[in-house]
Design a protein around this ligand. Structure first.
Ligand SMILES: Nc1nc2c(ncn2[C@@H]2O[C@H](COP(=O)(O)OP(=O)(O)OP(=O)(O)O)[C@@H](O)[C@H]2O)c(=O)[nH]1
Ligand SMILES: [Mg+2]
Length: 449
């Protein structure tokens, strides 16, 4: 039920300078007045803060500052009250229980934001971006999340839907009052070009979404190579911690070791693998199988070669195995004489031991992933997987519509797919329902024309 008044502690649990108990709903002020005694008896004006005391029966609980926001200009579009209590978990709990004992009900997770959405103050993408902002761990991912809050995603989706709606309207009008002599003319002069335009706009954003998702979830990066080339040393150097065991014995690493680094706003999920070679050792064999799986699953492979030794057949196998992956070749042990026997263009020479050229590697990763990103402020980078998935679904439907149009099938078949795409896009902003389609359609289009 959406008319009841909800209450919750909005600050993190534990000791802090203040805690905030929040209420939203019609009864918020009435409930507050049952236990809050303001310092004077003037009526509580909207969007002001008052000082006062909280009592349970006649016992003083806390002295507080209370803000009151009258609907509709509030976060939830309902009346809202925020009680700033002294910090410490118990005081806030006590004030919360006073709210609950006087008629509020405990809010569910995210329910204030959900009300903001249900009451039409924000759309689904804006609600989701509040969550994404809270979960952001780097400056870039925070920046991406705020794109949603600023309404950038919503307006992109709304524009696409507007274009699709015009298409639908045109088809509807043509079915009822054929303006064109034949269907072929309608499809070719209007449908195909318009649908293609929408298709291209979606593809452009989906291309960039790759970067958005990388920033949000990090790049899965496998460090691979034959034994003893310095893979574990590289992991340790990058994460700046002696996490993986390093020895001069071949086959030291037998299981996956992982670590995380942040390079200029991008998170790398690093995976150090067992060196790959022929072996009869049972445990090492399992490790090697895991290494091969890690290569398959990796989004980026750092292939390490030991340039102080001639290239082996295992190196060649690994070069072939990783050829189709996003790959950076590292020529390690640059402090020793080069006996590799062949040049590698674009490879990064490095001495992990002497810590030379680590910065070149970091820069190369940064360039590889961030050069495609021009400016977050000027472009839209989708990072929420749900948005990307829905946008892909909408694209599939538009492609279907285009195919049908090219084969000159009846227009109502095309219309079905276009409507499907319109609805799927609506799901991104949380707005689709059949009546909405009808309302929007007629408010846009004058049939008397
Ligand atoms: N000279 C020199 N030695 C290095 C360098 N990097 C690593 N080593 C040495 O090479 C040996 C093997 O290093 P590791 O990091 O254990 O190699 P690995 O590739 O993880 O080996 P496995 O786990 O057995 O597959 C150690 O003795 C390191 O000290 C380097 O840049 N120069
Ligand atoms: Mg190792």
């Amino acid at each position: 039920m959406q008319n009841d008044t909800i209450a919750a502690i909005s600050t993190a649990p534990g000791i802090g300078a203040i805690s905030i108990v929040r209420m939203s709903g019609e009864e918020a002020l009435k409930i507050l007045n049952k236990f809050f005694k303001p310092s004077n008896l003037r009526p509580f004006k909207s969007h002001t803060i008052r000082y006062g005391k909280i009592y349970e029966d006649d016992q003083l609980i806390d002295e507080v500052l209370v803000s009151f926001f009258k609907a509709p200009n509030t976060f939830t579009k309902e009346d809202m009250v925020e009680i700033n209590t002294h910090g410490g978990h118990y005081i806030a709990q006590k004030v919360l229980s006073l709210c609950l004992n006087n008629g509020a009900r405990p809010a569910e997770n995210g329910e204030f934001t959900e009300r903001a959405f249900l009451n039409g103050r924000i759309d689904l993408t804006e609600a989701e971006s509040v969550l994404d902002m809270i979960e952001s761990r780097s400056e870039l991912s925070l920046k991406l999340a705020t794109q949603g809050l600023s309404g950038k995603i919503r307006s992109f989706i709304e524009n696409l839907r507007h274009d699709l709606l015009q298409l639908i309207a045109q088809i509807e009008v043509n079915i009822d009052y054929p303006e064109y002599d034949d269907v072929a003319e309608l499809t070719h002069s209007f449908l195909i070009p318009q649908a293609t335009k929408v298709k291209q706009e979606i593809e452009k954003i989906l291309d960039k979404a790759v970067y958005g998702q990388i920033i949000r979830s990090g790049i899965k990066t496998a460090i691979v190579g034959r034994p003893n080339v310095g893979k574990s040393s590289l992991l340790n150097a990058l994460i700046n911690e002696e996490k993986a065991i390093v020895t001069e014995v071949q086959g030291t690493t037998r299981d996956i070791v992982e670590g995380f680094i942040n390079i200029g706003g991008i998170t790398l999920h690093l995976i150090d693998t067992a060196g790959i070679r022929e072996t009869s050792d049972f445990i090492e064999k399992i490790g090697i199988e895991k290494s091969k799986k890690a290569i398959q699953e990796a989004e980026l492979v750092l292939l390490v070669l030991d340039q102080s030794e001639p290239l082996t057949s295992m190196d060649k196998d690994l070069l072939a195995l990783t050829e189709k992956k996003e790959r950076i070749i590292i020529l390690n042990k640059d402090d020793l004489p080069n006996r590799l026997g062949q040049p590698f263009e674009d490879a990064i020479p490095m001495s992990v031991l002497k810590k030379t050229n680590l910065d070149v590697l970091e820069k190369s990763i940064h360039t590889r992933y961030l050069d495609g990103m021009i400016k977050i402020d000027q472009n839209l980078y989708l990072s929420n997987p749900r948005h990307v998935q829905k946008l892909n679904e909408a694209l599939t439907k538009i492609n279907q519509a285009l195919e049908t149009a090219q084969q000159a099938f009846p227009v109502d078949m095309i219309e079905m797919d276009i409507k499907g795409a319109w609805e799927t896009l609506g799901e991104i902003i949380g707005e689709t329902s059949d009546t909405a389609l009808i309302d929007a359609l007629f408010s846009q289009f004058c049939l008397g024309k």
